[in-house]
Design a binder for this molecule. Structure first.
Ligand code: ZN
Length: 345
């Protein structure tokens, strides 16, 4: 109980003032603590739980690309099982890609090579499907079809490796044999994943080889632009803007995304990731990476899903494949216009 004080009691006045200050400190402290707790809870929530607002929902497609059909391809690819570079399953995946691309009217070529990896020499094969254009030069779209080698558990890579392989097959159908504009090269890289720890020599085997060969053949200049897709099947799609890409290139794609109503999935926060576009960028080709590197929509979900046995098909949504299909489809026309207006790179 507080000691009662009376006016004029000089002894008690300071005591009253002290008590008042202490009360203020307690109240202010309490408010600050409450705010801090609230902020912490919000940060934790975002770290642990995906935001449902981020979930991809499509009312109608914005292009001939069909996300459901791509998802059906993904089921077939995941059923093949783990597909590390050099495996029998990787060869079966290639057979599937070649069959579907050929059926879509594309000209398909193989580039086989021996890669020295930390677990020995592995046979690898890059695949390219070409959509013939009416103008000189090519717009390249890349992805990797291998899955990371995990002998200790079953890794089917539904999103990491699978989603873009299926997406590219459907993209080939969307474009068909010919298009008005520049040719489109759909490149399926082998050996993107490291066999042990990611390093300059243990990663990107297929794309590094591809650029070496293009340079040897003096064909690097043919490629006007390279867009690489990876892990774009996440039901909670969030693609950060590639901080290493030329601004004009990222702007073309991000403006298309905004125009089509996919702004919430194409985030303005920049991020740079090492992937198959890097060897092209180092060779001077304008390159852009499209990757959702928050698999599952939160930091915790990403930890649970990326490069783990949880990278399974139910975490991939047709709507996300559709959104990226629509955006890249319309970006190609914008890129053609850009290169028409700016002859040089
Ligand atoms: Zn990976």
């Amino acid at each position: 109980m507080a000691k009662k004080s009376s006016v004029g009691d000089s002894f008690h006045l300071p005591a009253f003032a002290e008590g008042h200050t202490a009360m203020k400190v307690i109240v202010v402290g309490g408010v600050v603590a409450f705010i801090l707790l609230f902020i912490t809870a919000e940060v934790l929530n975002r770290t642990l739980k995906p935001s449902e607002a981020q979930r991809t929902e499509i009312r109608h497609a914005e292009s001939p690309f069909n996300g459901e059909r791509a998802y059906a391809d993904l089921k077939r690819i995941v059923e093949i099982g783990p597909r590390p570079a050099g495996s029998e399953e990787a060869a079966r995946t290639r057979d599937y890609i070649k069959r579907e691309l050929t059926a879509a009217g594309l000209e398909v070529s193989e580039q086989a090579f021996d890669a020295s990896t930390p677990i020995g020499v592995r046979k690898m094969v890059n695949l390219t499907g070409i959509v013939q254009g009416t103008k000189p030069g090519a717009l390249a779209i890349g992805n990797h079809y291998d899955t990371k080698y995990f002998p200790e558990f079953r890794f089917v890579g539904a999103n990491d490796g699978g989603s873009t392989t299926a997406w590219m097959i459907e993209f080939a159908r969307t474009l068909g044999a010919k298009r008005a504009g520049r040719s489109v090269w759909l490149i399926f890289f082998d050996g993107e994943e490291a066999f042990k720890e990611w390093s300059d020599t243990d990663s990107l085997y297929g794309s590094r080889e591809y650029v070496v060969k293009l340079r040897e053949q003096h064909r690097l200049d043919e490629i006007k632009v390279m867009v690489n897709v990876d892990m774009i099947g996440d039901c909670y799609l969030g693609i950060n803007r590639d901080g290493g890409a030329p601004d004009w290139l990222a702007s073309i794609v991000w403006n298309v995304a905004d125009r089509l109503g996919y702004g919430k999935h194409f985030l303005s926060m920049p991020q740079t990731v090492q992937d198959d576009h890097i060897p092209f960028r180092r060779a001077g080709v304008p390159a852009l990476e499209l990757i959702d590197f928050s698999y599952g929509g939160s930091v915790l979900e990403h930890q649970r899903n990326w490069h783990t046995p949880n990278d399974t098909i139910e975490k991939v949504c047709p709507a996300s494949l559709q959104a990226v299909g629509d955006v890249v489809y319309h970006s190609l026309a914008e890129l053609d216009t850009y290169f028409d207006d700016n002859g040089r790179r």
